[in-house]
Structures are given as C-alpha cells and as structure tokens.
Design a protein around this ligand. Structure first.
Ligand code: URA
Length: 429
C-alpha cells in the first residue's frame, strides 16, 4: 500500500485539536489494518483522540472505516426479524444468558456475538463455557441454521468482523486509551453494524463497576452510539443502567450460569429479572412485536425451552451439574444494620483474583471461581451473618481477593443508602 497520507501529519492534526478528513480516517484505519501504520503511531493517535476528542462526523467516518476493514453478515434470509443487545460490561452482568432465549421465545431471532472477559468484567463466552461440552466457535452457516431452528445463538465473533477493531482494541488495552468515548463508541458499533442485526438495544452501565463512572459520560457514550446506529439504518436505543453494585447475587462464570437458569425457571434476583425484561421489551418493540409480554414467557417455561435447545445445539449439556469450587471462604457482617453500599468494582476485582477472570488474553479462567452475595444494598443484616462466599480452586488466591474487598461495603442506617432505587436509570432514543 502506498503512503497516501503522512501518518505523522495525521497524529499532529489530532494532537493540535484539528479535525481529520474522511479520506485521512479511511486511509489510517486501512493502513493500520495492513501493518503500514505502526503500533506506536496508532498508540499516539489513540492518545490524541482520548485527550482531544472527535467530532460526530469523525466518529461516524472512523466507525465506517472499521466496518469496511472486514466482512458484513447478512440475516435477511431468516424468516423472522433479528434483534441484538450489547452491554458495555459490568460485574455480575449475566443478562445475555436469560435474555437471548427469552426474546427468541417471543418470536424475534437473537444473533449474539460475544466476547471473553478481560480485567474485572466477565465475558459471556467464559460463562457459557462453564457448561460441560458447550462450544463457542460456530461457522457463519451453523450460526444461520441455529438462528432459523432455535431462534437464538450466543457464539464467538469470527475474525472476519471489523479486524481493525481487534488490532486497535488490543493496542488500547495496553496504552491506557480504552476509556476514550469516540473509540469505545466506534469499537462497539462497528462490530454491531457489521454483524447485520436489524434492531440493537444498548445497555450502557454507569457506576464504579463500569467503564463510565458518571451519568454524564454514560449519556454521552449512549447518545453517540445511538446516533451511529441510526445513521447506519439500525433501529438503536440505549438504556442507562446502574453498575454501582453487582448485578444479581453472583459474579463468576459457573455461578452466573446457575443464577441465569434460576431466572429462566421463573425465580432469581429481582434486579436481574427487571433488567432482562426491560431489555427484552425494547428488543421486541424495535422488531415490531408488541402483543407479547416477555414476563409470561419467563414464567411459563417457553424461555427455558429455548435455552435448553440453544445449549444443546452447541453441544452443551443443559442437565449436567455445573462445576463447584474446591474451596470457599465466608465474609460475615461486622454489625447489625442495613447494608448501605457494596462496591461493584471491588467485587469484580476480587472475583477476578479468585480465578474468574484473566489478566492476559492467553490465561485460562476457572469455571467455578467467583463470589456469591448473601445480601445487597438495602437489605437488613445482623452481626455475624454471611455477607459473601468466595469460591476458588486455588486457596492461595484468597488473600489478595479479600484485600480487594477491604472497605468495599458499609453497614449503617437506611437513610445512608447510596445506590439508585431502580436498575434502569434512563432511556436514550
Ligand atoms: N467493548 C468494546 O467492544 N470496545 C470497547 O472499546 C469497549 C468495550
């Protein structure tokens, strides 16, 4: 590839708060994908973008260039509409597991291309791999067949989808540039638009356990992504949801599968049920299905039937016992009162240190490691009652996992509660 632009010029433009032209953006993404622009040059550009931002037009061109770096999928041959959900990631966020079969049970196909966890947030594929036999890698043909037959598929994104993002995301991960809103928005939306879904519902998390720590940042990210989706002809809405405390009562792969199955069986924690139903309603409405109440499909077993078929179609055994950890340790309440705070980030880091997550891409995760919560903010607790159980196969990990939890919870009066009352904070359309 010839050097149509001078890479250093492009970096200087962004460094000096200038705007990149559509041609410069198309060239730099293509050249980076093909190794013409070096990692150190892209790292400098990513840092300039993190510090100085991008206009909406630049973000749209950047997203388009990342889509153009790879293949686009096409679900138009399916007999039903498609809807997908994307979460910006949080602690205990197992919602994809009950949501995909639930929406499929209501007549809308769900192609859910998912990833693995890195750092303190878990990955959907790591969770499902706790189920004996389950396989994440599917060919495009297998995926289409499963969508037609079962209605829902959760699998690994193939390497053909937005390859520019794969390179750039790994680079951002090691250069302190993950948190740039233009880069997060274009990274997520390039993959979702290339995937070819008709409807996209975004779950943008806010709070200590999320990328976005403030509502203002989360709203800006949500508005940017909704605009990108709508410009690309994808019906896109976003929910801002609370991630100041973990979602549900579990964080860790097998533990989260167990809790998801409880929800599919008509039980489970209320915040997980509420968020699953809120996202399902948005996905169904976007696809034009307004005469079905997803709450019924959770209660009457239809969602569970699709879950079982979805797991079996990918060689998993939905009846096999989930792995259990070799060792557990309990943390107990130090006083009587109300649990007023339980920090999501601390629980995420602790579960990660127990073996539920990985520090490097090559690391293996423990299927049974993680944290089970026995109380959530707002619950009354009594001195000595268990607050959390830590699970791991390697007891040497307990020390650093306990350290991560120091100062992460408070017991006091109900008036000191800090979490918002409802899991869904706002909608962005
Ligand atoms: N998830 C992504 O896919 N990309 C980001 O940049 C952040 C979260």
């Amino acid at each position: 590839m010839s050097e149509a632009f001078d890479t250093v010029d492009i970096i200087r433009t962004k460094r000096d708060r200038g705007e990149l032209s559509p041609q410069q953006i198309a060239w730099v993404i293509d050249a980076y994908t093909h190794g013409v622009v070096a990692d150190e040059q892209m790292a400098a550009l990513a840092m300039a973008i993190l510090l100085n931002g991008m206009s909406r037009r630049e973000i749209s061109d950047w997203t388009g260039a990342m889509i153009a770096s790879g293949e686009r999928m096409d679900f138009s041959s399916l007999s039903r509409p498609t809807a997908d959900k994307h979460s910006t990631g949080g602690v205990g966020d197992k919602i994809t597991l009950p949501l995909a079969p639930l929406v499929a049970a209501c007549g809308v196909a769900v192609p859910q291309l998912s990833g693995r966890g890195l750092g303190h947030t878990g990955g959907t594929l790591d969770k499902l791999e706790a189920i004996p036999g389950w396989r994440a890698a599917l060919s495009n043909e297998e995926m289409l067949d499963q969508l037609e037959d079962v209605g829902a598929v959760i699998c690994a994104a193939g390497s053909g989808l937005a390859p520019a993002d794969k390179r750039l995301y790994s680079l951002r991960d090691v250069t302190g540039t993950v948190e740039a809103i233009p880069l997060i928005a274009s990274s997520i939306m390039s993959k979702k638009i290339a995937e070819g879904t008709g409807v996209l519902v975004l779950d943008v998390k806010v709070g200590s356990g999320a990328f976005m720590k403030t509502q203002a940042d989360a709203r800006e990210l949500a508005e940017t992504m909704v605009a990108l989706g709508q410009d690309a002809g994808v019906h896109t809405v976003a929910l801002l949801t609370d991630m100041s405390t973990p979602l549900g009562l579990t964080a860790g792969n097998g533990l989260e599968v167990r809790e998801s199955v409880e929800v599919l069986a008509g039980g489970g924690p209320q915040d997980v049920i509420d968020l699953t139903l809120a996202l399902a309603r948005e996905m169904l409405a976007g696809a034009g299905v307004t005469d079905v109440d997803p709450a019924d499909a959770l209660q009457d077993g239809r969602a569970m039937d699709v879950w079982r078929a979805m797991i079996q179609a990918q060689d998993g055994d939905p009846d096999a016992p989930l792995p259990t950890a070799k060792e557990t340790e309990e943390i107990v309440a130090s006083a009587d009162g109300v649990l007023t705070r339980l920090d999501a980030f601390a629980v995420g880091v602790s579960a990660w240190r127990l073996g539920a997550g990985r520090a490097r891409k090559e690391d293996r995760v423990q299927a049974a490691a993680g944290i089970e919560l026995h109380a959530k903010p707002g619950d009354t607790v009594t001195k000595g009652q268990p607050l959390m159980t830590l699970h791991t196969d390697t007891p040497g990990r307990f020390g650093r996992a306990l350290e991560a939890l120091e100062g992460s919870w408070s017991i006091g009066a109900a008036s000191e509660l800090t979490a918002p009352g409802s899991i869904v904070i706002d909608h962005v359309r």
